[in-house]
Write a protein that binds this ligand. Structure first.
Ligand code: ATP
Ligand code: MG
Length: 570
């Protein structure tokens, strides 16, 4: 490919409205352009990366005996009514009507469509187990589309669905898919981790997520060094402490704390560590009610755990400052559980606290020396918080570590959630009708592009893993338009490289060398060969790998073999 004939669309400026590195680099390297909020066009270079990822996914899915199909993006409402998800799914589901007033949606996922297909096409146990997959555009009207294609409204997913006669067969396929995902993410050259996950509104019991490790990740993942425990933070239970609560020593006292709102301000004011304080969060309950959630000052709320509580509304909604001051007659920074006339849940860890500090429900005041049972009723103690770095892991696997991850894949054992409501059955060997058991397996193809960049970049641009780079190598001639001899030599190397199977980008623009170098680095092409008249005289080329600190001169005749060896040292 030659740059002069191609829409490179690189740009120097950091786009002002792009918050994450990957979003900035995807715009600067000319991979994508935004059409509407959360809706993007893939430019030529971006599409090449996307296709490289698709290809790896496709090869591994085919190797796992999954059959590729392509389902429509538009789905009829009736199918979603059969499973009850037309009502359950909420505003992420983009609904519309056709000219005959029939309800439709843009598919955010395809359980209904595939289940409908299997119900009419699969008749006999002999056709099972069956795995179907597609690589297709999804639409989810995300409340906060952000970070470019990381969380967009329209995106490309590989979704797969498996159908089984019995639980054992589902387990086997689930294991095969798990291993297939490992192969895929290994081949994509990403550092990732598989973790036990919550199955959310897709349904089912067992589920694992695959996360690309990156500091900017939205998810927290928790794991141990021995590799026996790895879970999404949402799923990590904490226990009721077994220690006895120390007996009260102090008496309760109201203290003026003007301007002290945050836990760190309050703990500094009282000269105590944060774990001697309580923080109280106010969230919405059912109807118009409010609910108090009490945590130890140094702990973090786990939203998923809070959403599971009977009296708490799901999805979790924090009460606004206005509602809090109207209903509770004080500001957010002064709330505490003493005489708080709403239901209160307190985290397990607070059950062993005594003589603690908390807001006094009066602006500018806190209590100190507070004790459960004596100064306020014992609340419902429940598991409400995130586990902290270094705490013992569940199942005695040593202390936990916490890292940030970007969810790029999710596999679920669905059971009969869809096959029961949509009545999908099939005859077994004895002619008996069996309700099929299902699994489903997603990969965020377009999100992987952003995740790969989050994990692999430097201050000059993208550093693609070589399996997904848009080009294998860049050829950059210096002043080629001034030298016929150089032109001929460049074209010869270009043809040789293509014939050797490399995907080559030849920079034949009449740009200054600095501009061309900067663009090739921004684009993240793994290998760069610079050709000049001077090097031609010496029979060399200047070579630089994308992550190399320095360039080096290598014999012109060996350069392609050298690059091949570097790509594949074995
Ligand atoms: P998330 O928790 O990030 O919203 P999800 O649990 O809703 O993801 P799934 O329904 O399991 O996601 O979808 C399968 C995969 O599709 C996810 O693992 C993710 O990689 C990708 N994906 C989901 N939502 C988006 C989105 N809005 N933009 C880009 N990719 C997405
Ligand atoms: Mg989602």
């Amino acid at each position: 490919m030659e740059t002069a004939q191609r829409l490179l669309a690189t740009q120097r400026q950091i786009p002002a409205d792009a918050e994450t590195v990957s979003h900035q680099l995807m715009l600067r390297a000319g991979l994508i352009r935004q059409l509407a909020s959360g809706v993007y066009t893939w430019l030529p270079t971006g599409l090449k990366v996307l296709r490289n990822i698709e290809q790896i996914v496709r090869e591994e899915m085919d190797a796992a005996k999954a059959q590729e199909i392509l389902m429509p993006g538009v789905q009829p409402a009736e199918l979603w009514e059969e499973t009850g998800r037309w009502d359950q799914f909420g505003p992420e589901l983009l609904r519309f009507s056709d000219r005959h007033d029939r309800g439709f949606c843009l598919g955010p996922t395809h359980e209904e469509v595939i289940t409908d297909l299997v119900r009419s096409e699969i008749r006999s146990y002999k056709q099972l187990p069956a795995i179907f997959y597609q690589i297709q555009t999804k639409f989810r009207d995300e409340i906060r589309p952000r970070f470019g294609v990381m969380r967009s409204r329209e995106f490309i997913m590989k979704d797969a669905y498996s159908f089984h006669l019995d639980e054992k067969s589902l387990q086997e396929t689930y294991e095969v898919m798990y291993q297939t995902y490992e192969k895929i993410f290994d081949r994509l050259g990403l550092e990732y981790r598989a973790v036990v996950a919550d199955s959310g509104n897709i349904g089912g019991d067992t589920s694992h997520e695959f996360h690309v490790l990156a500091e900017s990740g939205e998810d927290q993942i928790v794991f141990t060094n021995n590799g026996n425990f790895a879970a999404n933070m949402e799923m990590v239970a904490t226990q009721m402490p077994s220690a006895q609560r120390p007996s009260p020593e102090a008496s309760i006292e109201k203290v003026s704390t003007p301007g002290k709102h945050s836990i760190s301000e309050v703990s500094t004011f009282f000269s105590v560590s944060e774990d001697k304080t309580l923080k109280t969060l106010i969230v919405h309950g059912e109807k118009d009610s409010l609910v108090g959630i009490v945590l130890r000052g140094d702990h973090e709320l786990n939203r998923v755990k809070a959403e599971r509580l009977d009296k708490v509304r799901s999805p979790l909604k924090f009460a606004s400052a206005e509602i809090i001051s109207k209903e509770l007659k004080c500001d957010v920074g002064s709330i505490g559980p003493v005489k708080l006339n709403i239901p209160v849940y307190a985290d397990y860890s607070t059950s062993v606290m005594s003589d603690f500090i908390c807001g006094a429900n009066e602006n500018g005041f806190h209590y100190k020396g507070v004790n459960w049972g004596r100064d306020l009723p014992e609340p419902d103690f429940v598991d409400l918080r995130n586990i902290s770095q270094g705490e013992p892991s569940p199942g005695d696997n040593g202390p936990v570590k916490i890292a940030r991850g970007i969810e790029v894949g999710h596999i679920f054992q669905l059971g009969t959630k869809y096959s029961e409501s949509m009545k999908v059955s099939c005859l077994d060997e004895n002619g008996k009708s069996i309700t099929l058991i299902m699994g489903c397996y997603g990969i965020g193809i377009s999100r992987i592009v952003a995740a790969a960049i989050e994990q692999n970049h430097d201050d000059r641009g993208i550093v693609w893993p070589k399996s997904i780079a848009p080009y294998d190598l860049a050829i950059v001639p210096i002043n080629m338009h001034k030298s016929k001899r150089l032109y001929d030599s460049v074209m010869e190397l270009y043809q040789q490289a293509k014939a050797a199977g490399f995907d080559v980008l030849l920079d034949n623009r009449k740009e200054r060398p600095g501009v061309m170098f900067a663009d090739m680095e921004l684009l993240g092409i793994p290998h760069r060969i610079v050709l000049s008249d001077k090097a031609l005289d010496a029979g060399t080329v200047e070579y630089k790998g994308r992550s190399d600190a320095e360039s080096r001169d290598l014999p012109r005749d060996d350069i392609l073999a050298f690059i091949r060896d570097r790509n594949d040292p074995d």
